[in-house]
Design a protein around this ligand. Sequence first.
Ligand SMILES: C[S@@+](CC[C@H](N)C(=O)[O-])C[C@H]1O[C@@H](n2cnc3c(N)ncnc32)[C@H](O)[C@@H]1O
Length: 246
Amino acid sequence: MTAAGMPKRPDYGIDAPGVLATLLLIGVLGEILGLFAPPLTVGPVTLVFGVSMQIAGGIFLLEGALMLFYVKWGKLRHRDRILAQVPFAGSEHVLDVGTGRGLLLIGAAKRLTSGRAVGIDIWSAKDLSGNAPERTEANIALEGVGGKVELRSEDACKMSFPDGSFDVVVSNLCIHNIPKQAGRDQACREIARVMRPGGMAVISDYKLTGKYAAIFAGVGFAVEFRGPFWRDTFPPLKMFVARKPS
Ligand SMILES: C[S@@+](CC[C@H](N)C(=O)[O-])C[C@H]1O[C@@H](n2cnc3c(N)ncnc32)[C@H](O)[C@@H]1O
Protein backbone atom coordinates (compact mmCIF):
# COMPACT_ATOMS: atom_id res chain seq x y z
CA MET A 1 0.00 0.00 0.00
CA THR A 2 1.14 3.57 -0.64
CA ALA A 3 1.17 6.27 2.02
CA ALA A 4 -2.29 7.38 0.84
CA GLY A 5 -3.65 3.87 1.51
CA MET A 6 -3.93 2.94 -2.19
CA PRO A 7 -2.54 -0.46 -3.22
CA LYS A 8 0.51 -0.21 -5.51
CA ARG A 9 -0.57 -2.94 -7.88
CA PRO A 10 -3.99 -4.06 -9.12
CA ASP A 11 -5.42 -7.01 -7.18
CA TYR A 12 -8.10 -9.06 -8.90
CA GLY A 13 -9.01 -11.05 -5.78
CA ILE A 14 -9.33 -14.73 -4.96
CA ASP A 15 -12.23 -16.55 -6.60
CA ALA A 16 -14.42 -18.60 -4.25
CA PRO A 17 -12.20 -17.85 -1.21
CA GLY A 18 -14.23 -20.19 1.03
CA VAL A 19 -13.65 -23.13 -1.33
CA LEU A 20 -9.92 -22.44 -1.45
CA ALA A 21 -9.68 -22.16 2.37
CA THR A 22 -11.63 -25.44 2.77
CA LEU A 23 -9.37 -27.31 0.34
CA LEU A 24 -6.23 -26.11 2.11
CA LEU A 25 -7.65 -26.80 5.60
CA ILE A 26 -8.78 -30.36 4.78
CA GLY A 27 -5.43 -30.98 3.08
CA VAL A 28 -3.41 -29.85 6.09
CA LEU A 29 -5.68 -31.80 8.50
CA GLY A 30 -5.31 -34.95 6.38
CA GLU A 31 -1.51 -34.65 6.44
CA ILE A 32 -1.38 -34.10 10.22
CA LEU A 33 -3.93 -36.77 11.19
CA GLY A 34 -2.26 -39.19 8.78
CA LEU A 35 0.96 -38.92 10.78
CA PHE A 36 -0.75 -40.18 13.94
CA ALA A 37 -3.40 -42.64 12.69
CA PRO A 38 -2.44 -46.17 13.86
CA PRO A 39 -2.70 -49.12 11.43
CA LEU A 40 -5.80 -51.29 11.99
CA THR A 41 -5.50 -55.08 11.51
CA VAL A 42 -8.70 -56.93 10.52
CA GLY A 43 -7.90 -60.67 10.12
CA PRO A 44 -5.15 -61.01 7.54
CA VAL A 45 -5.56 -57.39 6.31
CA THR A 46 -3.79 -54.40 7.79
CA LEU A 47 -5.45 -51.10 6.90
CA VAL A 48 -2.95 -48.26 6.85
CA PHE A 49 -5.28 -45.34 7.52
CA GLY A 50 -2.40 -42.91 7.98
CA VAL A 51 -1.12 -43.34 4.42
CA SER A 52 -4.64 -43.09 2.95
CA MET A 53 -5.30 -39.89 4.90
CA GLN A 54 -2.04 -38.41 3.73
CA ILE A 55 -2.79 -39.28 0.10
CA ALA A 56 -6.27 -37.72 0.38
CA GLY A 57 -4.76 -34.69 2.16
CA GLY A 58 -2.21 -34.36 -0.62
CA ILE A 59 -4.96 -34.33 -3.27
CA PHE A 60 -6.80 -31.52 -1.45
CA LEU A 61 -3.56 -29.57 -1.04
CA LEU A 62 -2.75 -30.01 -4.73
CA GLU A 63 -6.19 -28.72 -5.73
CA GLY A 64 -5.74 -25.73 -3.40
CA ALA A 65 -2.32 -25.02 -4.90
CA LEU A 66 -3.72 -25.20 -8.45
CA MET A 67 -6.49 -22.75 -7.49
CA LEU A 68 -3.90 -20.36 -6.05
CA PHE A 69 -1.84 -20.70 -9.23
CA TYR A 70 -4.90 -19.70 -11.29
CA VAL A 71 -5.70 -16.76 -9.02
CA LYS A 72 -2.20 -15.31 -9.04
CA TRP A 73 -1.06 -16.14 -12.56
CA GLY A 74 -3.47 -18.10 -14.73
CA LYS A 75 -6.24 -15.55 -14.33
CA LEU A 76 -4.28 -12.89 -16.23
CA ARG A 77 -3.44 -15.32 -19.02
CA HIS A 78 -7.06 -16.42 -19.22
CA ARG A 79 -8.20 -12.80 -19.39
CA ASP A 80 -5.96 -12.26 -22.43
CA ARG A 81 -7.25 -15.49 -23.98
CA ILE A 82 -10.88 -14.37 -23.61
CA LEU A 83 -10.19 -10.90 -25.00
CA ALA A 84 -8.12 -12.32 -27.87
CA GLN A 85 -11.36 -13.82 -29.24
CA VAL A 86 -12.59 -10.29 -30.01
CA PRO A 87 -11.23 -8.47 -33.08
CA PHE A 88 -11.20 -5.09 -31.30
CA ALA A 89 -11.32 -1.97 -33.50
CA GLY A 90 -11.20 0.29 -30.42
CA SER A 91 -14.64 1.85 -30.81
CA GLU A 92 -16.69 -0.98 -29.24
CA HIS A 93 -19.19 -0.70 -26.46
CA VAL A 94 -18.30 -3.59 -24.13
CA LEU A 95 -20.14 -5.16 -21.19
CA ASP A 96 -18.42 -7.34 -18.54
CA VAL A 97 -21.01 -9.41 -16.66
CA GLY A 98 -19.92 -10.22 -13.09
CA THR A 99 -16.88 -7.99 -13.36
CA GLY A 100 -15.79 -8.46 -9.72
CA ARG A 101 -12.59 -6.48 -9.30
CA GLY A 102 -12.53 -5.58 -12.98
CA LEU A 103 -10.40 -8.30 -14.57
CA LEU A 104 -12.08 -8.33 -17.99
CA LEU A 105 -13.47 -4.80 -17.74
CA ILE A 106 -10.03 -3.26 -17.40
CA GLY A 107 -8.48 -5.63 -19.96
CA ALA A 108 -11.16 -4.65 -22.48
CA ALA A 109 -10.83 -0.93 -21.69
CA LYS A 110 -7.12 -1.11 -22.51
CA ARG A 111 -8.04 -2.28 -26.00
CA LEU A 112 -10.46 0.62 -26.57
CA THR A 113 -9.87 4.11 -27.98
CA SER A 114 -13.22 5.83 -28.51
CA GLY A 115 -15.14 2.83 -27.12
CA ARG A 116 -16.40 2.36 -23.57
CA ALA A 117 -16.66 -0.62 -21.19
CA VAL A 118 -19.31 -1.18 -18.53
CA GLY A 119 -18.94 -3.67 -15.67
CA ILE A 120 -21.91 -4.97 -13.71
CA ASP A 121 -21.89 -6.95 -10.48
CA ILE A 122 -23.80 -7.69 -7.30
CA TRP A 123 -20.51 -7.75 -5.30
CA SER A 124 -20.89 -11.16 -3.65
CA ALA A 125 -18.10 -11.65 -1.09
CA LYS A 126 -18.34 -15.45 -1.20
CA ASP A 127 -17.63 -15.46 -4.94
CA LEU A 128 -14.55 -13.20 -4.83
CA SER A 129 -12.39 -11.91 -1.98
CA GLY A 130 -12.60 -8.18 -1.25
CA ASN A 131 -15.49 -7.86 -3.70
CA ALA A 132 -16.61 -4.23 -3.58
CA PRO A 133 -16.95 -1.42 -6.13
CA GLU A 134 -14.33 0.62 -4.24
CA ARG A 135 -11.75 -2.12 -4.82
CA THR A 136 -12.65 -2.26 -8.49
CA GLU A 137 -12.38 1.54 -8.72
CA ALA A 138 -8.90 1.28 -7.16
CA ASN A 139 -7.85 -1.23 -9.85
CA ILE A 140 -9.33 1.01 -12.56
CA ALA A 141 -7.30 3.97 -11.26
CA LEU A 142 -4.09 1.90 -11.00
CA GLU A 143 -4.53 0.61 -14.56
CA GLY A 144 -5.21 4.14 -15.87
CA VAL A 145 -8.49 3.36 -17.67
CA GLY A 146 -10.76 5.63 -15.63
CA GLY A 147 -12.05 7.63 -18.60
CA LYS A 148 -13.20 4.54 -20.47
CA VAL A 149 -15.12 2.50 -17.92
CA GLU A 150 -18.28 2.57 -15.87
CA LEU A 151 -19.28 0.34 -12.94
CA ARG A 152 -22.87 -0.48 -12.13
CA SER A 153 -24.47 -2.52 -9.36
CA GLU A 154 -26.78 -4.71 -11.43
CA ASP A 155 -27.96 -8.29 -11.47
CA ALA A 156 -27.09 -10.25 -14.62
CA CYS A 157 -30.62 -11.67 -14.59
CA LYS A 158 -32.26 -8.27 -14.81
CA MET A 159 -30.20 -5.69 -16.64
CA SER A 160 -31.36 -2.12 -17.14
CA PHE A 161 -29.72 -1.67 -20.57
CA PRO A 162 -31.92 -1.26 -23.65
CA ASP A 163 -31.93 -4.02 -26.28
CA GLY A 164 -28.87 -4.04 -28.57
CA SER A 165 -26.69 -1.80 -26.35
CA PHE A 166 -23.36 -3.65 -26.65
CA ASP A 167 -21.06 -4.76 -29.47
CA VAL A 168 -19.23 -7.18 -27.16
CA VAL A 169 -20.20 -8.95 -23.94
CA VAL A 170 -17.65 -10.87 -21.87
CA SER A 171 -18.06 -12.85 -18.67
CA ASN A 172 -15.75 -15.07 -16.61
CA LEU A 173 -16.77 -17.39 -13.76
CA CYS A 174 -19.98 -15.46 -13.08
CA ILE A 175 -23.00 -17.36 -14.34
CA HIS A 176 -22.53 -20.59 -12.34
CA ASN A 177 -22.90 -18.48 -9.17
CA ILE A 178 -26.55 -17.75 -10.03
CA PRO A 179 -28.39 -20.26 -7.83
CA LYS A 180 -31.06 -21.80 -10.09
CA GLN A 181 -31.07 -23.03 -13.68
CA ALA A 182 -33.96 -20.65 -14.42
CA GLY A 183 -31.82 -17.72 -13.20
CA ARG A 184 -28.79 -18.82 -15.23
CA ASP A 185 -30.97 -19.20 -18.34
CA GLN A 186 -32.40 -15.74 -17.71
CA ALA A 187 -28.89 -14.23 -17.43
CA CYS A 188 -27.98 -15.77 -20.80
CA ARG A 189 -31.17 -14.40 -22.34
CA GLU A 190 -30.36 -10.97 -20.91
CA ILE A 191 -26.86 -11.09 -22.43
CA ALA A 192 -28.37 -12.06 -25.78
CA ARG A 193 -30.91 -9.24 -25.51
CA VAL A 194 -28.42 -6.45 -24.75
CA MET A 195 -26.13 -7.42 -27.66
CA ARG A 196 -26.50 -5.58 -30.93
CA PRO A 197 -27.20 -7.61 -34.09
CA GLY A 198 -23.81 -8.84 -35.36
CA GLY A 199 -22.29 -8.49 -31.87
CA MET A 200 -20.36 -11.20 -30.04
CA ALA A 201 -20.23 -12.64 -26.54
CA VAL A 202 -17.37 -14.60 -24.97
CA ILE A 203 -18.58 -16.58 -21.96
CA SER A 204 -16.14 -18.50 -19.75
CA ASP A 205 -16.94 -20.76 -16.81
CA TYR A 206 -15.87 -24.06 -15.26
CA LYS A 207 -19.21 -25.86 -15.53
CA LEU A 208 -22.64 -25.64 -17.19
CA THR A 209 -21.26 -23.92 -20.29
CA GLY A 210 -23.15 -26.39 -22.53
CA LYS A 211 -26.42 -25.26 -20.93
CA TYR A 212 -25.58 -21.58 -21.37
CA ALA A 213 -24.59 -22.18 -25.00
CA ALA A 214 -27.92 -23.94 -25.66
CA ILE A 215 -29.78 -20.77 -24.67
CA PHE A 216 -27.79 -18.71 -27.17
CA ALA A 217 -28.14 -21.34 -29.90
CA GLY A 218 -31.88 -21.47 -29.16
CA VAL A 219 -32.27 -17.80 -30.11
CA GLY A 220 -30.30 -18.21 -33.35
CA PHE A 221 -26.73 -17.37 -32.25
CA ALA A 222 -23.76 -19.19 -33.84
CA VAL A 223 -21.80 -20.81 -31.00
CA GLU A 224 -18.19 -22.08 -30.98
CA PHE A 225 -16.47 -23.71 -28.00
CA ARG A 226 -12.84 -23.37 -26.86
CA GLY A 227 -11.00 -25.29 -24.13
CA PRO A 228 -11.00 -26.67 -21.49
CA PHE A 229 -7.73 -24.94 -20.60
CA TRP A 230 -5.93 -27.39 -18.32
CA ARG A 231 -2.54 -25.71 -18.26
CA ASP A 232 -3.30 -22.45 -16.51
CA THR A 233 -6.85 -22.54 -15.13
CA PHE A 234 -8.28 -24.46 -12.18
CA PRO A 235 -10.92 -25.76 -12.08
CA PRO A 236 -10.27 -26.03 -15.85
CA LEU A 237 -12.25 -23.32 -17.62
CA LYS A 238 -14.05 -23.57 -20.94
CA MET A 239 -15.38 -20.75 -23.02
CA PHE A 240 -17.59 -20.22 -26.01
CA VAL A 241 -18.00 -17.44 -28.50
CA ALA A 242 -21.62 -16.64 -29.38
CA ARG A 243 -22.37 -14.44 -32.41
CA LYS A 244 -25.70 -12.71 -32.74
CA PRO A 245 -27.16 -12.84 -36.26
CA SER A 246 -26.90 -9.51 -38.11
C1 LIG B 1 -15.62 -15.68 -9.27
S1 LIG B 1 -16.04 -13.99 -9.42
C2 LIG B 1 -15.26 -13.60 -10.98
C3 LIG B 1 -15.03 -12.12 -11.14
C4 LIG B 1 -14.35 -11.73 -12.44
N1 LIG B 1 -15.21 -12.00 -13.58
C5 LIG B 1 -13.02 -12.43 -12.58
O1 LIG B 1 -12.89 -13.30 -13.44
O2 LIG B 1 -12.12 -12.10 -11.80
C6 LIG B 1 -17.77 -14.04 -9.88
C7 LIG B 1 -18.41 -12.67 -9.88
O3 LIG B 1 -19.77 -12.79 -10.35
C8 LIG B 1 -20.56 -11.93 -9.55
N2 LIG B 1 -21.96 -12.36 -9.63
C9 LIG B 1 -22.52 -13.45 -9.10
N3 LIG B 1 -23.84 -13.49 -9.38
C10 LIG B 1 -24.11 -12.38 -10.12
C11 LIG B 1 -25.30 -11.84 -10.70
N4 LIG B 1 -26.48 -12.46 -10.58
N5 LIG B 1 -25.20 -10.69 -11.38
C12 LIG B 1 -24.01 -10.04 -11.51
N6 LIG B 1 -22.87 -10.50 -10.99
C13 LIG B 1 -22.90 -11.66 -10.29
C14 LIG B 1 -19.96 -12.04 -8.17
O4 LIG B 1 -20.35 -10.99 -7.32
C15 LIG B 1 -18.48 -12.03 -8.50
O5 LIG B 1 -17.97 -10.73 -8.57
